[in-house]
Structures are given as structure tokens and as C-alpha cells.
Design a protein around this ligand. Structure first.
Ligand SMILES: [Fe+2]
Length: 577
């Protein structure tokens, strides 16, 4: 049975294909059309899914969309009527609903199929149910507490659920305008980070701050008996799309989230690209602090209702790896399974799996053991791309390639690493990565100056051999998808100085041989040369979606000051070297 999952007309639009409950292929449209966070219809992603399983759209049995515009309708109407500014927005959203209705004609058009030949049944899965499904049905557990939180989706910002067998029973929904995601976005905007997806950047700024505003932000987000309450006077009324506007070309634009009251209380907002002052750092600090307090409060509440040690989680806020890393000390949960694509691209997988298990009542057998669910490219295609480019390259066997790359990294070179299937989700996990030495004090600045051009306060991440994690980090709980930040042990901070953040933490990826043998063996080869079983791993891109195809990798390699590129079995160097 083939099920196509979709996230469409929503940020990070995506498609996933599952066969008999197994996720075979999943990809965000941005990787293919190269428009970051693309929010239109994922035509290219759908094609890529079908090509991977050598199927036509007429072979698909079910299409599942991770959005249900009829869900929570009463709450939406109530909100729109109480808030005149929201009425127009409400009407606009209902119009978009009409567009959403036409999945059949959209697929027909995108794939040039005959309408009569499309035999699939259509299913709508509420946004946060799809998020929780994307975690639970990929986890190895038969029972778990389910949690999803983000800015908003289908008028809800937070959902708690009991997951058991093939069922996800919703225990709690927190409706707009209450939204921990919107709180985070609002402060990020106020301190000058106003693009969709900027929240992850600001997380790295927080530890530079001091406790100046913590008390005041506690007033801004109050706790109440298992939930929370925003002081909405600090927020611009945004309507049920929470200020996220999809432009005609599919780009996402954020409306101003903060109200004039914010300005009266905290001064003028920082303009993007201007200097960051102590105020911004302190606000980032207080924001992260309050976010965590509310998060742990909600999780403790969830644990009371579902007293298990296993927690499954998704939703854009589940990418807050700093909060995730602390939850073992601050809540009763002991094991987490967090969807690598916790943002809205993950809805495609969640909607498809929910349809298979909860709607069609099919038993579970799948576990998402790795995130390598995107395309891979044949050696011939890679070679042809290299031939057309202006680089020198040679083909190497597996061991010589590993040895050569490890030696280059050990002597301080920066190497592009393009291997196998592309990762699903926002993190590069050793298949579309740029790799460097984690123990060279100058490496962070060098990477930023030469390749990444990121904000100075953002840390780079370490990939560590899973069985050696305990020698370097305070926690041994695995973080296969780079979704936990842990303290680096005191005696290892110098050894990992290029990935050790200002607060002595690292957002690690635990690497096992089972999940990625080539990457694992590369880290082993690096360890043989340096004694350190860790590599600095950053995503293969330069202010663009992560590279997907060989041509994009070669292009990024050529326009930046990377030293070498290992692409499939080929080692490429700049022609002037
Ligand atoms: Fe979401």
C-alpha cells in the first residue's frame, strides 16, 4: 500500500512516500527548488517520491495532508469574532482552504495525470496530530507520552497525547493566541532576527546574556496549572496564521509580532544587521530561560497524565536542542525520540504514518533509525558534474578516501563531504556536511570567514562516535539527529575547543556504525590520527538550502574557500592548488 504524505501551502512544504508503513523517501521542496522554507505546492518533492519507488501518481492508494482546515473551527470563529483585525485574515484563510481542497487537481496538474485515473483516497490530519505521529510512529516504543509545540498549526500551538499501539489519543490542546513558539518568535524579531526560521540562530546568542530580564519575561509568559498565559498586550494581534504570510512566489514573510508596549518597556527594537548590544543578549537569555521553564512545566504536566519514561516529540519548538538537552534533569522523562524533521516539513511523514496506523488500522513495524531518506546520486552523475566543472579530481577506494580526508582534516583543512542519501530534516548528519577539526582554536572563525558567513555567536556542532560520547559529554543519552545540547566535560573542553560554546556545551550528533558506516569510519580514521573521536560537522551550504545534488555541492565548493571536496568516491581540489 502506497501512501503519499504532503505538507503544502505552508512553510517547509514537503512530500514523503510510505509503503506498507515504511518511510521510503522524504524531502522538503526547498532542497529541490532552492527556495528556503518554500511554502507553495511541493511538486518537485512529489515527483522525487514517486520516482524513488518507480510509481506513478495513479499507483498511490492514499494521499494524506498534514493540515485540517476544519479542525478546531469553533475556536477559530470565536477568535475571529472577538478580534476585528483577525476577521479579514480569517476570510483569507478560508479562501486558502478552497485551494487546499483541490489536492486532486493540484496533483493532476503537477504530474500531468488524468483526473479519472487518480484512485487515491484523501485524508486530512490535524497539524499537531501529524507532528506527534511523525515522532511516535517512527519511535521504537509501543507506548509513549506525545508532545508537540510550535508557533501554530490548525489554530493550536501545543498538543499533549497518550500514544499506545496504533493510537494517538489527544489529551490537551492549547489554542491561539497562547503560543510558546510565538513568544520566541516575537522576542527574536524584537532583537532583530525577523526572518522565518531565525529562532535557531538566537538560541546560540542566549548564553552570552545575563539575568537582567528574566523576571519581566516571567510576567510576559505566566504559568497556570499545566498551561501558560501570554500577556497579549505585548503582542500584535496576528490572527490564526500567527503572522506568517505566504507570498505569491512561495516565500514566507513574517509580520511584526511585537506591539508598541514592547517598545515602551524595552526600548526601540534592534534593526537587523546592526551591532548586537548587551540588551539583545540579555533578552535572548531571558527568552530561552522562560521558554525552558514553561516547557518543563508542560512536560511535568504531561508526565502526570502519562506516567511513562518515554517521550516522543515534534513541532518547530522541538528543535530547541538546548531545552531538549536539559529535560532529563528537569522532568521525569528518561528517553526521548524526537523527529529529525520536527519543523513543518515533518508533517508529510506524520500525516502519512497516521493515515496508515490510526485511520487504516495497520500494525506497526517501522522504526526510523536514521534520517537518510533523501535522494542519492549515481557515480556517473557525480563524475559528469565534476567533469563539467573547473576542479581537479581523482577517484579513490574507500580506505584511501577515508584516510586522505581524515589526514586533511587533521592538518586543519576544511572538507566538503557529500555521500549517499541526503538527510531528512534541517540538520546535516554526515551526508551533506562540511567537516573540520574540532580542536583547533582558530577553526570557528576560519570557517565563518571562509565559508559559512554566520553570526559570530553561533556555535558549530560536534559528531561523536556514540560509544565514546560519555568520555566527552555529561549525558550519555543518544542524540542521533543533533537535537540535544549537553555540557562538555571539563577535561575535554580544550580538545573540543572549536565546538565548545561559550557555556561549555555542544549540540552533538551521536554516530553509530549501524546508522552511517562511512561517516563512522571517517571519524574513526580521524581518531587514529589525532586521538579525538569527534569531528566538527556543519551543514553543506552557504546561506542557501543545504545542497542536494552534486552540481550544488561542487558550486558551493568552488565559490567558498573550502580546501577539498569528497563527493562519492572522488576527491576534488581547487584547480589552482
Ligand atoms: Fe508545526
Amino acid at each position: 500500500m502506497l501512501i503519499l504524505g504532503l505538507n503544502m501551502f505552508h512553510a517547509d512544504s514537503s512530500a514523503a512516500i510510505i509503503e506498507d508503513g515504511e518511510v521510503l523517501f522524504a524531502i522538503a521542496e526547498e532542497r529541490l527548488n532552492r527556495i528556503k522554507h518554500y511554502a507553495g505546492f511541493p511538486s518537485l518533492a512529489v515527483r522525487a517520491c514517486l520516482d524513488f519507488v518507480s510509481a506513478k501518481i495513479t499507483d498511490v492508494d492514499h494521499v494524506a495532508v498534514g493540515q485540517d482546515t476544519d479542525a478546531n473551527l469553533a475556536k477559530k470563529v470565536q477568535y475571529a469574532l472577538a478580534n476585528p483585525a483577525g476577521v479579514l485574515n480569517f476570510i483569507r484563510l478560508r479562501q486558502r482552504k478552497q485551494a487546499m481542497r483541490n489536492v486532486r487537481s493540484l496533483l493532476e496538474e503537477a504530474l500531468e495525470a488524468e483526473a479519472e485515473a487518480l484512485a487515491f483516497q484523501e485524508h486530512r490530519v490535524e497539524h499537531h496530530i501529524a507532528h506527534i505521529a511523525s515522532a511516535y510512529y517512527c519511535s521504537p516504543w509501543e507506548k509513549a507520552a506525545g508532545f508537540s509545540y510550535d508557533g501554530s498549526g490548525d489554530f493550536v500551538s501545543t498538543m499533549m497525547a497518550r500514544c499506545e499501539g496504533t493510537r494517538i489519543d489527544v489529551l490537551e490542546r492549547i489554542f491561539l493566541p497562547q503560543s510558546l513558539g510565538s513568544f520566541y518568535t516575537m522576542i527574536c524579531e524584537f532583537i532583530g532576527y525577523n526572518q522565518y526560521g531565525d529562532e535557531g540562530k538566537v538560541m546560540g546568542l542566549a548564553p552570552y546574556g545575563r539575568d537582567t530580564y528574566c523576571e519581566r519575561l516571567r510576567e510576559l509568559v505566566g504559568l497556570n496549572n499545566g498551561s501558560f498565559n501570554l500577556d497579549i498586550n505585548y503582542f500584535q494581534p496576528l490572527g490564526s496564521n500567527q503572522g506568517m504570510q505566504v507570498l505569491p512566489d512561495g516565500r514566507v514573510k513574517l509580520a511584526r509580532h511585537f506591539s508598541d508596549r514592547m517598545v515602551r518597556h524595552f526600548g526601540e527594537p534592534r534593526k537587523p544587521q546592526t551591532e548586537i548590544t548587551q540588551r539583545e543578549m540579555d533578552l535572548a537569555y531571558a527568552m530561552q530561560q522562560r521558554f525552558e521553564e514553561v516547557f518543563f512545566h508542560l512536560l511535568s504536566q504531561l508526565h502526570k497524565r502519562v506516567p511513562l519514561e518515554e517521550l516522543v516529540m515534534a513541532g518547530g519548538c522541538a528543535l530547541n536542542s538546548v531545552a531538549n538537552g536539559k529535560l532529563f534533569n528537569r522532568t521525569p522523562f528518561r528517553h526521548t525520540w524526537i523527529q529529525p524533521a520536527s519543523g513543518d516539513e515533518g508533517l508529510a511523514v506524520g500525516a502519512a504514518l497516521h493515515t496508515y496506523h490510526a485511520i487504516l488500522k495497520q500494525p506497526r513495524r517501522y522504526v526510523m533509525k536514521h534520517s537518510y531518506l533523501g535522494p542519492e546520486f549515481a557515480e556517473t552523475r557525480i563524475e559528469s558534474a565534476l567533469r563539467k566543472s573547473n576542479v581537479r579530481y581523482q577517484k579513490l577506494g574507500r580506505e584511501p578516501l577515508l584516510d586522505s580526508v581524515a589526514a586533511r582534516i587533521a592538518r586543519g583543512e576544511v572538507v566538503g563531504w557529500f555521500q549517499g542519501r541526503m538527510e531528512w530534516g534541517p540538520r546535516a548528519l554526515g551526508n551533506r556536511s562540511i567537516l573540520a577539526h574540532p580542536g583547533l582554536p582558530s577553526m570557528k572563525d576560519a570557517l565563518n570567514a571562509r565559508i559559512k558567513h554566520r553570526e559570530w555567536f553561533r556555535p558549530f556542532a560536534p559528531s561523536v562516535l556514540a560509544e565514546r560520547q560519555h568520555e566527552y559529554f555529561e549525558h550519555d543519552h543518544p542524540s542521533p539527529f543533533m537535537l540535544h545540547v549537553y555540557k562538555i566535560l571539563r577535561e575535554k573542553r580544550d580538545e573540543l575547543c572549536a565546538v565548545n560554546h561559550i557555556d561549555n556545551t555542544g549540540r552533538l550528533q551521536s554516530v553509530t556504525r549501524e546508522e552511517n558506516p562511512l561517516y563512522y569510519d571517517l571519524i574513526r580514521a580521524f581518531e587514529r590520527k589525532t586521538g579525538t573521536p569527534v569531528l566538527l560537522n556543519t551543514s553543506f551550504n552557504e546561506n542557501e538550502p543545504i545542497v542536494c545534488a552534486p552540481e550544488e555541492a561542487i558550486d558551493c565548493f568552488q565559490r567558498t574557500r573550502m580546501d577539498a571536496l569528497a563527493i562519492g568516491p572522488y576527491l576534488a581540489l581547487k584547480s589552482e592548488n
